[in-house]
Design a protein around this ligand. Structure first.
Ligand code: NAD
Ligand code: ZN
Length: 351
C-alpha cells in the first residue's frame, strides 16, 4: 500500500495533472478504499477536453474517474457490512436518501445527487478514495477488479434494458456500438432478447459487437434516418420491439423512431446535442413510447450477479491498460477512440 495519495486532477479545461493529495479519512458510515481499477468514460474525456457537459462546468480542480473498484483499507464508525481487505465495486452516485425520488426508488433523479467526477464532486482516480459504505458492493473472489469497475457502464445497460422492457423473445435494435451500446447488447441478450441488430458508422466497432453476440451489425453510411431504419428492418426481418439509442446522433434518434414497431419503446441513452429534429408525429400516431435514461438506480446488485454468474462476459471490453502514473497517456488513448474501454490501475503493488 502507498503512504501517499497520487491523484488525477483536472485543474481546468485541457489541464489534467497528477498531484499528491492528502489521504482522506473515512467518516461515519464511510470506507476508505485503496483504489485498484478505474475505467475511463467518455464523460471524463469530455470534461478534460471541453471543461463542461451541459450545465455541469468545471470551475475548480476536480479529481476524475467514476468507474471504479478497490480494496477497503479503513472503515469508519458504524460500518458493519464491510471490513478491511474486502474487494469492492463503487457505485459512484450518492443521493440524499430522503427526498421523494430517493424514497420512491428512483434515486438517480435525486436533486442532491453527488456523483463522482461530475463537478464539483471529486472522482476516484487516485490511490485512495473515501465513499459511503452503502454504495460499495463486495466482489466475490472470482470477479476481477476490472470487472468490478465495469459494473458502472453495465448498470447503465441494465437500467436502459429494464426501462425498454426487453424480455424473452424481444427483437432489439441498439444504435451505436460504443461501450454503452455494447453493454446494452450484453444485457439485452442476457434478458432473453431473441435477436439484436446494432448500428454504427464505424465498422471496427461493429466487428467487436458481432464478436460480443450481435446478430445483425448494420453499417450506417447515410444521414437519412429512414433509410437506416429500412436497413434495420431488412436485417431483422421485422421492426424491432424496442430500440436502445446509444449514440446521441440526430439521424440515429430519427432511425430509432422510424424503426421501432408500433406500440414499441425507444429509450434514449445517448446524449448528443441538446436540441434535435425528430419525426415526433410518426412516433405519436404509432404509439411509440420515447423514454429517457439517466444513469441507473438499484442496478449494481443485478450487474454484479450477472457478471459473477457468468451470464455476461465483460472481459473483451478492456482493450487498453495503463498505470495511474500513465494517466495522461490513458486519456490520450481514450480520446483517440481506438479501442473500447481504457482501464487505469491505481495500485502500485498489484498488477
Ligand atoms: P461512444 O462515443 O464511444 O459511442 C457512440 C457510438 O455511436 C460510436 O461508436 C459512434 O461511432 C456511433 N455513432 C455515431 N453516429 C452514429 C450514427 N449516426 N448511427 C449509428 N452510430 C453512430 O460513447 P459511449 O461511451 O458508448 O456512450 C454512448 C452515449 O451514451 C454517449 O452519448 C454518452 O453521453 C451516453 N451516456 C448516457 C448515459 C445516461 O445516463 N443517459 C450514461 C452513459 C453514457
Ligand atoms: Zn434524494
Amino acid at each position: 500500500m502507498s503512504d501517499t495519495n497520487l491523484s488525477a486532477v483536472l485543474l481546468e479545461k485541457g489541464n489534467l495533472k497528477l498531484e499528491e493529495r492528502p489521504i482522506p479519512k473515512p467518516g461515519k458510515n464511510e470506507v476508505q478504499i485503496a483504489m485498484h481499477s478505474v475505467g475511463i468514460c467518455g464523460s471524463d474525456v469530455h470534461y478534460w477536453v471541453h471543461g463542461a457537459i451541459g450545465d455541469f462546468v468545471v470551475r475548480a480542480p476536480m479529481i476524475l474517474g467514476h468507474e471504479a473498484s478497490g480494496t477497503v483499507s479503513e472503515v469508519g464508525e458504524g460500518v458493519t457490512h464491510l471490513k478491511v481487505g474486502d474487494r469492492v465495486a463503487i457505485e459512484p452516485g450518492v443521493p440524499c436518501r430522503y427526498c421523494d425520488y430517493c424514497k420512491g426508488g428512483r434515486y438517480n433523479l435525486c436533486l442532491e445527487m453527488k456523483f463522482c467526477a461530475t463537478p464539483p464532486v471529486d472522482g476516484s482516480l487516485a490511490r485512495y478514495y473515501v465513499h459511503p459504505a452503502d454504495f460499495c458492493f463486495k466482489l466475490p473472489d472470482h470477479v476481477s477488479f476490472e470487472e468490478g469497475a465495469l459494473l458502472e457502464p453495465l448498470s447503465v445497460g441494465v437500467h436502459a434494458c429494464r426501462r425498454a422492457g426487453v424480455t424473452i423473445g424481444s427483437r432489439v435494435l441498439i444504435c451505436g456500438a460504443g461501450p454503452i451500446g455494447l453493454v446494452c447488447l450484453l444485457v439485452a441478450k442476457a434478458m432473453g432478447a431473441a435477436q439484436v441488430a446494432i448500428t454504427d458508422i464505424d465498422t471496427k466497432r461493429l466487428e467487436v459487437a458481432k464478436q460480443m453476440g450481435a446478430d445483425f451489425p448494420v453499417h450506417v453510411t447515410t444521414r437519412d434516418g429512414r433509410e437506416v431504419a429500412d436497413q434495420v428492418v431488412r436485417a431483422l426481418g421485422c421492426n424491432p420491439d424496442v430500440t436502445v439509442e446509444c449514440s446521441g446522433a440526430e439521424p440515429s434518434v430519427q432511425t430509432g423512431i422510424f424503426a421501432t414497431k408500433s406500440g414499441g419503446v425507444l429509450v434514449l441513452v445517448g446524449l448528443g446535442p441538446p436540441t434535435i429534429n425528430i419525426p415526433i408525429v410518426n412516433a405519436a400516431v404509432r404509439e411509440v413510447d420515447i423514454r429517457g435514461i439517466f444513469r441507473y438506480a438499484n442496478c449494481y446488485p443485478t450487474a454484479l450477479s450477472m457478471v459473477a454468474s457468468g451470464q455476461v462476459n465483460m472481459k473483451p471490453m478492456v482493450t487498453h491498460r495503463f498505470s495511474l502514473e500513465q494517466t495522461l497517456e490513458a486519456f490520450e488513448a481514450s480520446k483517440k477512440g481506438e479501442g473500447i474501454k481504457v482501464m487505469i490501475n491505481c495500485d502500485k503493488t498489484k498488477a
